[in-house]
Write a protein that binds this ligand. Structure first.
Ligand SMILES: [Zn+2]
Length: 313
């Protein structure tokens, strides 16, 4: 029994929920521009710049693969508005339903648009380790997004996977098999790649940065290992997590590998010479500055990560 007081309270709550605050509608963007880089593989190349009111988190490369039966989305952009604009782009290409949303890792510029693309029957796939990290950092990411975008962040949500990959998994979207590979700690602890077997197109998430300074949020040594393994794969087309390149596979991996190599080498030297973390951050890897965009935003943090990882060798 609810009782009169409970009834009034629930009415008040209902009224409170029902009245949406002003400005709470997500921005309605035009369809994202996508390019068909290989048959059935459509990529939107995000902007290489920090999050802003102008880009709404349209920073990562995201896109989709169209099968005979349905569509697999790979990453969803950094806000609900970007995800909704990706949904429009899909509708311009095909009327087949979205059946999978694959999230390559737990960084917010890759998943905050997911709420615009999921719904009944849509399976959300991530690396098995995504769950642990999104539980730890998800609410901070959401808070930061609202702090940075205000009402423009409306609709953005942390999504939970409906299934996870711990090693390798294949999915069929109708006449097209996608192989999902979960990697050991590298860019993050939960990097997942997607290979479209029909065209040999590899979607790398942030295991590959082009132009944008690589980010180490998993393991610098693991990152180098994974790059070595990726380089042995037969790949006809590739999609980096950020940036674009005309370099052939696997040559396109070299600038990133060089960057990580320099960090490992110079951080080890700094440790050997008993430099403090602050001294290492002020000296390691600075020769790489001219090669990368957003260097000052990310490089020092990378050195910090490398220092704490290599300190115990
Ligand atoms: Zn990332």
């Amino acid at each position: 029994m609810l009782g009169t007081f409970g009834y009034l309270v629930s009415l008040a709550l209902a009224a409170f929920v029902w009245v949406a605050p002003a400005g709470a509608t997500p921005p309605d963007l035009d369809a994202l521009k996508v390019e068909e880089i290989a048959p059935g593989n459509y990529v939107h190349f995000g902007r290489i710049e920090p999050l802003s009111h102008a880009n709404l988190g349209d920073q990562a490369n995201i896109g989709f693969i169209v099968g005979d039966r349905c569509v697999a989305v790979i990453d969803t952009g950094g806000s609900y508005a970007v995800g909704a604009a990706l949904r429009k782009a899909i509708r311009q290409v095909t009327d087949k339903p979205v059946c999978y949303v694959i999230i390559t890792h737990f960084h917010p510029d890759h998943f905050f648009g997911a709420a615009a693309l999921v719904g009944p029957g849509v399976r959300i796939i991530t690396h098995t380790d995504y769950r642990r990290w999104i539980a730890e950092r998800g609410r901070f990411y959401l808070k930061a997004l609202h702090r940075d975008l205000g009402d423009l962040a409306e609709g953005s949500e942390v999504v939970e996977p409906t299934e996870v990959v711990s090693d390798r998994k294949t999915i069929d979207i109708g006449g097209r098999t996608l192989t999902l590979q979960a990697w050991p700690a590298a860019h993050t602890t939960n990097d997942l790649t997607v290979l479209d077997e029909r065209t040999g197109t590899l979607w790398l998430g942030d295991l590959l940065f082009v132009d944008h300074t690589p980010v180490i949020d998993g393991s610098v040594l693991g990152f180098l290992d994974v790059l070595g393994r990726l380089g042995e794969m037969r790949v006809a087309h590739y999609v980096p997590g950020h940036g674009r390149s005309e370099l052939p596979w696997p040559k396109v991996l070299e600038p990133e590998r060089d960057y990580l190599d320099v960090i490992v080498r110079e951080t080890r030297a700094a440790l050997k010479n008993r430099k403090t973390l602050e001294q290492a951050v002020d000296s390691v890897g600075l020769s790489q500055r001219a090669n990368w965009v957003n260097f000052d935003e990310f490089h020092r943090r990378n050195v910090t990560e490398a220092y704490t990882e290599l300190e115990w060798e």
